[in-house]
Write a protein that binds this ligand. Structure first.
Ligand code: MD6
Ligand code: FE
Length: 212
């Protein structure tokens, strides 16, 4: 699972199986942002609705063969974008390469994501405590990129009632998360107002998954 030899500078253990890689993306920020712009022209950000009928405050899109969607029928992965009726845009090679490299640093050596969910937060937007459990195989980790404004990430435990530990996720950070903690509850607190030099007044999060 985790390798002690992988503990390098800027690698912070969150709990068993989960690591925070500080500043991992900083060298690639320009290329990441250019790719994001192209993707969101093809499949724009939209506010999805939960099965319970709530409009999410976070707006979302996807790239890769599968995309995570929610509507009144439930949560699932879809090969087509319900807004455009077309396939999601391809996952840029840079995205999958960086996600694989981060996973490998954290000890998950054969991560090959087929889904990338892209979340956009503006001040006030939040993601309530949840589990990521719509994937087929929980032996694969999830790799999460943070860009733009900082956010507080609450990392809990096996049950919704377990106590949470808050972590600050900043521009360029990556979280790799799997193994014993793969199904732990987690959420993002309401984004605080601010201005980021490259990203303006928003936070973008990309989560890479093996969904199939
Ligand atoms: C976010 N991330 O950072 C939301 N889920 O905006 C997640 O919900 C998440 O960062 C699973 C694994 C890593 C994550
Ligand atoms: Fe999640």
């Amino acid at each position: 699972m985790t390798r002690l030899s992988a503990v390098g500078a800027g690698m912070i253990p969150l709990c068993d199986g989960a690591w925070l890689l500080k500043g991992f993306l900083l060298k690639y920020e320009q290329a990441l942002l250019q790719n994001l712009e192209r993707l969101t022209e093809h499949s724009p950000f939209r506010h999805m609705v939960t099965p319970g009928g709530y409009r999410m405050s976070v707006s979302m899109t996807n790239c890769g063969p599968r995309g995570w969607v929610t509507d009144e029928r439930g949560y699932r992965y879809s090969e087509t974008d319900p807004v455009t009726g077309r396939a999601w845009p391809d996952m840029p090679a840079l995205f999958s390469q960086l996600a694989q490299q981060a996973a490998s640093e954290a000890g998950y050596s054969d991560f090959c994501p087929d889904a990338c969910l892209i979340n956009r937060y503006v001040p006030g937007a939040k993601l309530s405590l949840h589990q990521d459990k719509d994937e087929q195989d929980f032996t694969h980790p999830i790799v999460s990129f943070s860009l733009g404004l900082p956010a507080t990430f609450d990392f809990g435990g096996r049950t919704r009632r377990a106590p949470v530990t808050p972590y600050m996720l900043e521009h360029g950070d990556v979280v790799v998360w799997g193994g014993p903690s793969r199904l732990f509850y987690h959420g993002i607190r309401a984004l605080k107002k601010g201005h980021h030099a490259q990203m303006g007044s928003q936070r973008i999060n990309l989560t890479f998954r093996c969904a199939h």
